[in-house]
Design a protein around this ligand. Sequence first.
Ligand SMILES: [Zn+2]
Length: 146
Amino acid sequence: MAIKSVGGVAVQPRHRLSCHCGAVVLELTLPDGIVDPRRCDCSICRRKGAVVASVPLDGLRVLQGQEHLRLYQFNTHTARHHFCGVCGIYTHHQRRSSPHKYGYNVGCLDGINPYLLGDVPVNDGVNHPADRGGAATAAPARQDTG
Ligand SMILES: [Zn+2]
């Protein structure tokens, strides 16, 4: 699923992503728009509640605020979760299931309202693919309106 506009707002081939306070600004290369947006019910994503999509590692550049980015790791310490140390907003993470990709917070894309994406599939993050040795699979879309 690749999304080139959300609620009438075009996803730019180079789209800016920022935390809430503006200290951290990233530029994402999104030639195909927002690819494969998901929610996830793993222990960290269920707390963040963010809609996350993917870019290749070379598709993300920190324009500003590298010094404000904090790193959080847990469990196997494979995934690298980044958030702004000033406002606390999650911006992106290096995936554990696909280490050659970053996940990013769709709600941080300039001008994009993630609630206008419609139904977003929920990943089965409780049964992490890296824990069962299988390929990443997605659970069918669930109504997740809480
Ligand atoms: Zn911030």
